[in-house]
Design a protein around this ligand. Structure first.
Ligand code: AMP
Ligand code: ZN
Length: 462
């Protein structure tokens, strides 16, 4: 499989250190608020990558950390008068619930920064011993002039690097490259831990180096995150890890481009800031949201629109409808070799797309062309019963990667929509008894109705 490696700036064949085993680190959420759909674009992209590796038979060992101590979490916890743990617990739980809603697979390790303070102190000690870090007033800084390769990921120009000047903030701009903080001396009102340099807390970048190496080894196969993490976060992770071990930290680096909303940057002041929960409360189907998040290429900016979610709902319905129709086929004619041929053709086309730097839209394209070709041979998807299982297996196999279709339901969307229509007619006649009966009956079967300005939508609950 070819992937675009930010480190080399090239499309490269993905080769793992161990045979058929991929060891991956993905930067997780800062649990100071609900994650927004931009964050979930990155997490869904990482999920698709993970799922495709599994589809290809890889064992995946993935770490996604939880940043539960940094400038932002501390500030918010203080504002609400809660301890750091009390504050972050709520958003950590919300994050995992949202991941489940979006069919993001649980990864092997979700370590918390606050549970690795000891290891972080050890790494800082090593960096000081090796001459890559220095202490100043109870804080410790990484000396970027000592690490000659500093800047190799973000392609920094040497002129931009301000040697011997330090920065205390976790986040800063690329035109302000300085010695970054590894350990921060305690400030009034901040949680702190004892260290050889006095009470303090870790800088943000440290945790990912420590947790990646602890769970995956000194050299990992691949590291991923959103494009904003290239500098300074990932640049600093490379410096910390490689200075300490003298070995390459990660062989491949993948970065997902930003999601923007209706052509504009997502921001609270513009009112176009969406969490997953906002969208679901407006009645949008979470699988359609996932569809939108994964279906455009991760190296292109994604312009998120509510229209695109509605279009995705239709696309999903089409595939689920096809699946339902095929599973109910009563066509007794002979096994048709042509269908088998179509499966092989489009399986290859799906894989070729995914192999080309995760071209998910191409992979969806393969699926929809397959549907079209089958329907040309057999209108209304009324294929021979003898071909049924291989077609259903094929769709299910592709869905282990896409994870946007619900094939499990014994209650197809079509029937639900028919009942919704009947309910709307009942309401028009002011027959509220019948309308409520339909609502209750659907509810019993795990279908929740939501009446919106644009009409009634439904949601399946587990
Ligand atoms: P954070 O919780 O801020 O540490 O971010 C979690 C992940 O979401 C990181 O990988 C970020 O790079 C990524 N991210 C943040 N904003 C966006 C956005 N608008 N579009 C895509 N990814 C984003
Ligand atoms: Zn990180």
């Amino acid at each position: 499989m070819k992937l675009y490696n930010t480190l080399t700036g090239k499309l490269e064949e993905f080769k793992t250190l161990r045979d058929k085993e991929a060891r991956i680190y993905t930067c997780g959420p800062t649990v100071y608020d609900y994650a927004h759909i931009g964050n979930f674009r990155t997490f869904c992209f990482e999920d698709i990558f993970r799922r495709y590796l599994k589809y290809k038979g890889y064992k995946v060992v993935q770490v996604m950390n939880l940043t539960d101590v940094d400038d932002k979490t501390i500030r918010r916890a203080n504002e609400e008068g809660l301890s750091l743990r009390e504050y972050t617990e709520k958003y950590e739980k919300a994050f995992f619930e949202d991941c489940e809603t979006l069919n993001i697979e649980k990864v092997e390790y979700n370590p918390r920064a606050t549970e690795h303070i000891k290891e972080m102190i050890e790494l800082v000690k090593t960096l000081i011993d090796k001459g890559f870090a220095y202490e100043k007033d109870g804080s410790v800084y990484f000396d970027i002039s000592a690490f000659k390769e500093y800047g190799k990921l973000s392609k920094l120009d040497k002129r931009e690097i301000k040697e011997g000047v330090s920065v205390d903030a976790d986040e800063y701009e690329k035109d302000d490259v300085r010695d970054f903080v590894l350990w921060k001396a305690r400030k009034e009102g901040e949680p702190s831990w004892p260290s050889p340099w006095g009470e303090g807390r870790p800088g943000w970048h440290l945790e990912c180096s420590v947790m990646a190496m602890k769970y995956l080894g000194e050299t990992i196969d691949l590291h991923a995150g959103g494009e904003d993490l290239i500098f300074p976060h990932h640049e600093n992770e490379i410096a910390q890890s490689e200075a300490a071990t003298g070995k390459p930290f990660s062989n491949y680096w993948l970065h997902c481009k930003y999601l923007i909303v209706e052509g504009k940057k997502m921001s609270k002041s513009l009112g176009n800031f969406f969490t997953l929960r906002d969208l679901i409360s407006k009645g949008y189907n979470p699988r359609a949201i996932r569809y939108v998040l994964i279906s455009s290429h991760y190296r292109k900016q994604l312009n998120f629109t509510l229209e695109s979610v509605k279009a995705a709902e239709k696309a999903i319905e089409r595939v689920e409808g096809f699946y339902q129709a095929v599973s109910q086929t009563k066509n007794k004619s002979d096994y048709d070799e042509r269908i088998k041929g179509l499966i092989e053709k489009y399986r290859k086309s799906f894989e070729d797309s995914m192999e080309e730097d995760l071209n998910v839209s191409g992979a969806f394209g393969a699926l929809f062309e397959f549907l079209g070709e089958v329907n040309k041979l057999y209108p209304d998807s009324n294929i021979p019963e003898a071909n049924r299982d291989e077609v259903l297996d094929f769709l299910e196999k592709l869905n282990t990667v896409f994870a946007v279709f619900d094939f499990s339901s014994d209650f197809p969307d079509k029937e639900i929509l028919k009942l919704i229509e009947e309910r709307n007619e009942a309401r028009k006649r002011r027959d509220f008894k019948r309308a409520d009966e339909i609502r209750d009956m659907l509810k019993e079967r795990g279908i929740i109705l939501e009446d919106t300005k644009e009409g009634t939508r439904f949601k399946r609950i587990k």
